[in-house]
Design a binder for this molecule. Structure first.
Ligand code: XBP
Ligand code: MG
Length: 253
């Protein structure tokens, strides 16, 4: 049977957004007078900490400052993160992001076939709005019945909170849904919620362990951007389509 809902992660899954996030973090540090700069290697390591505020706090603690200076810096995390979000949403709105292959097609096909849509993300709701508006247009967010973002839940990924919130709001059983993720933290969150998960790793997560995924693909693919034959062995065609997801439900039951 066709899944009742597709639940998408945002960063890394809908679009490869983390370079823009990294630049926004560094821009916010500069705006607030800190000489901190996260290069790509730093950021790849720091991405293991989900949530921008949590990531900044983790970084500050790693500096081994004296307790007074550390407390002063930690007291500024929220305002630094607000600046970061403003910088990110401004850059996202300027058209610097594009959706990964297959994302727009799967969202469109799900909408046409009455398969419900939701988002389960650690990022801030403003960032979700900026990405979807800049790539799918003003009304894009309305296609999603539920958006679980950032601080809307108590515990960020790899905790299952965002996915459990979506399931509760959709009133659906996990085995009737399929999740889409790019990272091990996200896969752990969706799996802990009992949702069969398709993983499309991105440049920042390619070396992570996805052994509990239902399906791993380099991208979702499109007729105009087909997957390599070797990557599409479990698919009807060289891109993931809704009919491929019937098996996920049987697999999870
Ligand atoms: C990825 C994250 C987020 C982003 C930064 O979220 O962990 O923290 O890196 O966004 P996703 P914020 O679950 O969509 O992969 O600064 O708003 O947290
Ligand atoms: Mg992600």
């Amino acid at each position: 049977m066709m899944p009742s809902a597709l639940i998408f992660d945002v960063d890394g899954t809908l679009a490869d957004t983390e370079e823009l996030h990294r630049q926004a973090f560094n821009g916010a540090f500069a705006r607030h007078g800190f000489n901190w700069r996260w290069n790509r290697d730093d950021y790849r390591r720091l991405l293991k900490i989900t949530g921008g505020k949590e990531r900044i706090g983790h970084f500050i603690r790693s500096l081994r400052l004296d307790s007074r200076r550390e407390s002063q810096c930690l007291a500024q995390v929220a305002v630094i993160h607000q600046t970061k979000t403003a910088l990110y949403t401004h850059n996202a709105a300027s058209g610097r992001l594009q959706l990964r292959s297959g994302v727009a097609r799967l969202i469109r096909d799900a909408t046409l076939q009455g398969v419900r849509l939701a988002l389960a993300t650690t990022t801030t709701a403003a960032n979700v709005q900026a990405l979807l508006t800049s790539t799918l247009g003003e009304v894009a967010l309305r296609q999603f019945d539920v958006v679980a973002a950032g601080d809307m839940v108590a515990n960020k990924k790899p905790a299952p909170d965002a996915y459990l919130h979506v399931l509760e709001r959709l009133q659906l059983a996990p085995e009737h849904c399929v999740a889409f993720e790019d990272s091990r933290n996200g896969l752990c969150a969706a799996t802990a919620a009992g949702i069969p998960t398709v993983v499309t790793p991105c440049q920042w997560t390619a070396d992570e362990d996805f052994s509990t995924a239902w399906l791993i693909l380099p991208e979702l693919g499109d007729p105009g951007r087909p997957l390599p034959k070797a990557a599409a062995t479990r698919l009807r065609q060289r891109w993931l389509c809704l009919d491929d997801l019937r098996e996920a439900r049987e697999h999870a039951a």
